[in-house]
Design a protein around this ligand. Structure first.
Ligand SMILES: *Cc1c(COP(=O)(O)O)cnc(C)c1O
Length: 349
């Protein structure tokens, strides 16, 4: 059954494709002799895999990483399946069969996954070696297991636990263990660095890097500040303009009370869209250069802002949600990763 097309959403995500391109190129350049790939898991960090993948590919990116098998199809509509790797690897025989049918590479993270992959017919895969994050990955002591040694490995991966802290001794230790793994396991390419890892220098680059956050405008470490541009600009429409009288309160639990008569706007964004309650009485929406403070609690579907500085604004006008990621993270207490991946489905992308 098909109904009429839904009218335009009062929420939209503007994606600056020139900034996305520039960020990938900056990270590729800073990867030195290595090529930069792209982590596009979690729907392109919430930005929209279908939106970002073609842009990244046109910029020159040819290696893409997702976490789940369910994320493959949306991506494979835009980039060659053979250039997609699935970080979580196979958990069931069905996962292995799917990888072979779809023509994507699993990242093998354990002896058990290696067995699953080979039992299903095997083929070229990636291998994740755990060098100290103790999340997914085969440990160094397992690398001589015949099941692992018999894999045909394209990319030999490891993943840094504290790359955004250049002085953390774990970086060096992980790099040394990754080098040891590279000497033990035949592979075509080696990869270690996420966004922040790229800034640690060429010893961390190998043949391929896996930036995610910084592609989308996140700045994980000081060394990348000034090289990364904002990509995502969430916008929401004003649904109603109200005139408050002195003593009127706003929103659930009346946490804001007007001291004087004022004009406010009810905006179509709430915590269901990823604009969490931590922005209550604290966030800022913008109209051009004008900052419009959030008044009272953020609700599920709406947020009220002060329009004192923007007397010209009316119902239907668009406001930009302040989403400079480093600043927004500092103000909200959320991480830059969370700010991106929270962005909800009601945003038109
Ligand atoms: C998510 C992820 C990345 C990307 O990390 P960022 O910090 O977002 O650049 C790289 N490698 C692996 C294994 C990941 O899971």
């Amino acid at each position: 059954m098909t109904g009429p097309d839904a009218p335009a959403s009062p929420l939209r995500l503007t994606i600056d494709t020139a900034a996305l391109t520039a960020n990938w190129r900056a990270l590729d350049r800073r990867s030195g002799a290595a090529r930069a790939g792209a982590a596009v898991k979690a729907d392109g960090y919430g930005v929209g895999a279908a939106q970002v993948a073609p842009v990244l590919q046109a910029a020159g990116c040819s290696d893409f990483f997702v976490a789940h098998w369910g994320e493959v199809a949306a991506l494979a509509a835009h980039v060659p399946a053979a250039r997609i790797a699935v970080l979580h690897g196979p958990l069931t025989p069905a996962d292995s069969a799917y990888a072979r049918a779809a023509g994507v590479r699993p990242v093998i993270n354990s002896i058990q996954q290696a067995q699953l992959w080979r039992a299903g017919g095997g083929g070229v895969c990636d291998l994740m070696v755990d060098t100290g994050i103790n999340r997914l990955g085969v440990s160094l002591s397992e690398l001589d297991d015949p099941v692992i040694a018999g894999l045909t490995v394209d990319v030999l991966h490891s993943h840094l636990a504290a790359a955004e802290e250049p002085d953390n001794p774990l970086n060096r230790l992980q790099r040394e263990r990754w080098q040891a793994a590279r000497a033990l396991i035949p592979h075509r390419r080696a990869a270690l660095a996420n966004s922040a890892g790229i800034a640690l220098g060429q010893d961390y680059h190998g043949d391929l890097t896996r930036p995610g956050l910084a592609l989308y405008g996140g700045v994980p470490c000081a060394a990348l500040a000034g090289h990364i541009r904002q990509v995502v600009r969430p916008q929401a429409a004003i649904m109603q303009v109200r005139e408050l009288q002195p003593g009127d309160s706003v929103g659930y639990n009346a946490t804001f009370t007007a001291a004087a008569a004022m004009r406010v706007g009810v905006v179509s964004v709430g915590y269901a869209d990823g604009y969490l309650r931590c922005w209550s009485d604290k966030g800022v929406l913008r109209s051009g250069e004008r900052a419009l403070p959030v008044l009272g609690r953020v609700s599920m579907d709406m947020t009220v802002v002060d329009l004192t500085r923007a007397p010209d604004l009316r119902e239907g006008d668009w406001l930009e949600i302040d989403y400079d990621l480093p600043q927004a993270a500092q103000r909200s207490g959320l991480s830059q990763y969370e700010l991106l991946t929270l962005l909800g489905r009601r945003f038109a992308r």
